[in-house]
Design a protein around this ligand. Sequence first.
Ligand SMILES: Nc1ncnc2c1ncn2[C@@H]1O[C@H](COP(=O)(O)OP(=O)(O)OP(=O)(O)O)[C@@H](O)[C@H]1O
Length: 209
Amino acid sequence: MLKISLENIGKKFKNEWIFRNLSFEFSRNEPIAIIGPNGSGKSTLMQALAGAIPINEGKITYSNQEKTIPDENWHELLSFSAPYLELIEEFTLAESVNFHVKFKPFQNGLSTSDFLQIIELEKHKDKPVKNFSSGMRQKLKLGLAFYSQTEVLLLDEPTSNLDQKGFDWYISQVEKAIKNKIVIVSSNEPKEYIFCEKHLNILDFKIKA
Ligand SMILES: Nc1ncnc2c1ncn2[C@@H]1O[C@H](COP(=O)(O)OP(=O)(O)OP(=O)(O)O)[C@@H](O)[C@H]1O
């Protein structure tokens, strides 16, 4: 079973430590909320977990049955949804999905049309993403993350821009995902991580001068 272990990790920008001496372990069936005020370093930690930015100290290890997975293979295992990750604006919805599945196939042989029904956007399949509303974009990003055949789900501000119906959809989807994946939610909004019993508060890993 996949695990992600953090051993005394630290990240700084210029001279400012964003977090330091952070040790933690993530595993399946134990969703974790990364919490802390605006600007505390939640997104920075999420990006470090994804291997998208380097850390300055310590070690992040992905391992399966004690076998270490090389850094360059982490991306195959993870799905990441975040407001700052871009969609390809020129593509239609159907083109976006077909492009995505070339790199990250859907789990359980799900078809594009089934997927479009699940994200409740089938009637917009030929619309360019550049004409999508913010909530439609968010459902597309979340849907791709939930339904790709990956084992780690990184969700940064998952319900931003979602209305109540979209929020309820998110909760039902994430509850399914928890059973099969390592789920990590970064958030300022308690109701979007209500299913997380354990919290990682970035403020606990700030350096006291
Ligand atoms: N590339 C960068 N270069 C320099 N400083 C950065 C960089 N990225 C982030 N920071 C700084 O790191 C700190 C943490 O930012 P981060 O975006 O991780 O916070 P956050 O907890 O996700 O905030 P929010 O809740 O507002 O989304 C901030 O002070 C930010 O300005």
